[in-house]
Design a binder for this molecule. Structure first.
Ligand code: BGP
Length: 481
């Protein structure tokens, strides 16, 4: 790092959560049930997230972590005050579709749901914190899944547009930064968790998923169009689960495989940001007998309504190999498994830790799209054990974040335009992939355990003051460490 390196003025430091992982109150004030509310903790979770779902009713033998989560629904004032104390400039949260339209297609929006987010946005504004809103962070009203098959159906495109227009109308003036679908590429990996899609055993998986992807891409473009019409000041982006696939070796076969794997994710952003279906996708569709049903005007809609910025999450880089021996050695990392990289460490959950990969990925996205980037998720999921005096000495988290911040600064020095950074789970929340509370990302500890026990009391970890200083000095404090 050079002496001159610094984060741009007005850099949006903050944190990010999702409705279903934080709010709890899963049926309060008229909210409808969502796909995520059906995901139990424990062994059954994974298969359901992947699309193997045989019932849409709750089973009282299961524990469902989203139902109460950390009760942000009632603790939001206290939590936002703590974020303000850390000096947050931005806070990313999602709106739960089913709080606004409990069945997804109700005649009228649910006023109590709308009023909740009004209260949250007003509280953020009171503290000078810019809300960054994800319109859909994985959740779909169950009613739409049961009646239409969720995003497999084109019906959802217009219903999503109505939902988006409703919240734009209500919150314009309060919210400037919007994002359409969280980690849109998750649809290919965890279709039920990511998009409410159930797959039958005899169903052509690719056909179903890419048709659903087309519907989400249309819905995203319609939301962009509506945002432009209704809120000329707004910035609306897409959101990618990012992390480059390195070729495991310089064997050209491995290099090609890495590129191919990256394109599996870039496909979505290529459409959302460049506005056209890329040639490699058309070839993939042809070779796999995928026939995307389109209507007149679809391609124009996509072309004319591209995003303003690229939001992305970065937790891990990945490795691609064609060598069967190498392929045996796998590791996880934000859901997408990958060959284990011998040069990097992994977290307690097996996620690759690769700060340099953050710089590489940011450069890769910038080179490809030439649009401002917004890092809307990054962080370390770890077990935190309170000391006897109740303090939490999370030096491992500080080390992870420090290394990533330094690489983010390098990317900025490389010329990459990054407008902000919201770390994942600034307050401990439920893990999306495992449903655990034990996998913690926060600067703020929440006394809640995997089985739902605990007082929900909030307390500051060591990283709280550390992040506060980073924000206060706009990153200059990193120089002295
Ligand atoms: C991303 C999701 C988040 C979040 C994060 C961490 O995929 O957008 O919702 O949870 O990953 O994952 P986990 O909670 O499984 O540790």
């Amino acid at each position: 790092m050079t002496n001159q390196s610094q984060f741009p003025e007005g850099f949006l430091w903050g944190g990010a959560i999702a409705a279903n992982q934080a709010e709890g109150s899963y049926l309060a004030d008229g909210k409808g049930l969502t796909n995520v509310d059906l995901l139990p903790a424990g062994e059954k979770r994974r298969a359901m997230m992947e699309g193997k779902v045989d019932s849409f009713t709750l089973n009282h033998e299961n524990f469902y972590p989203s139902h109460d989560a950390i009760d942000f629904y009632h603790h939001y004032k206290e939590d936002i005050a703590l974020f303000a104390e850390m000096g947050f400039k931005a806070f990313r949260l999602s709106i739960s579709w089913a709080r606004i339209f409990p069945n997804g297609d109700d005649e009228q929006p649910n006023e109590a749901g709308l009023a909740f987010y009004d209260r949250v946005f007003d509280e953020l504004r009171k503290h000078g914190i810019e809300p960054v809103v994800t319109i859909a962070h994985f959740d779909v009203p169950v009613s739409l899944i049961e009646r239409f098959g969720s995003w497999k159906s084109r019906k959802l495109v217009d219903l999503f547009e109505t939902y988006a227009r409703t919240i734009f109308e209500r919150y314009q003036g309060k919210v400037k930064y919007w994002m359409t679908f969280n980690e849109i590429n998750m649809l290919l990996h965890l279709p039920f968790m990511g998009a409410g899609i159930v797959l039958q055993e005899d169903e052509d998986r690719n056909q179903a998923l890419y048709q659903a992807a087309h519907h989400q891409l249309l819905a995203s473009a319609k939301a962009v169009k509506a945002a432009r019409e209704m809120m000329p000041e707004a910035q609306i982006g897409c959101m990618l689960a990012a992390g480059m696939n390195y070729p495991y070796s310089c064997n050209p076969e491995d290099v090609w495989k890495g590129m191919d794997k990256d394109r599996e994710s870039f496909f979505f952003i290529d459409v959302q940001s460049r506005g056209t279906y890329p040639g490699y996708a058309k070839r993939f569709f042809k070779e796999n007998n995928i026939d995307i049903q389109m209507e007149d005007g679809d391609l124009e809609l996509l072309k004319e309504n591209t995003v303003d910025y690229i939001g992305f999450s970065y937790y891990s880089s990945r490795c691609a190999s064609t060598d069967p021996e190498v392929l045996k050695n796998q590791t996880s990392g934000n859901v997408f498994g990958s060959v284990r990289n011998p040069y990097t460490k992994v977290s307690e959950w097996g996620w690759t830790i690769d700060p340099k990969g953050f710089r590489i990925t940011a450069n890769q996205l910038w080179d490809r799209y030439q649009k401002p980037l917004f890092v809307v998720e990054n962080g370390l999921g770890a077990v935190d054990t309170p000391e006897t005096d109740g303090t939490i000495q999370d030096d491992y988290r500080i080390a992870y974040l420090r290394a990533h911040f330094k690489e983010m600064l390098e990317a900025i020095e490389d010329g990459v335009e990054i407008i902000g950074y919201t770390s994942w789970g600034p307050i401990d929340i439920v893990s999306a992939s495992t449903g655990e509370m034990k996998k913690r990302y926060g600067y703020i500890y929440v006394d809640r355990n995997n089985d739902g026990s605990g007082t929900l009391q909030r307390s500051k970890k060591k990283s709280f003051d550390w992040y506060k200083e980073v924000i206060e000095t706009n990153g200059a404090s990193l120089e002295k460490e």
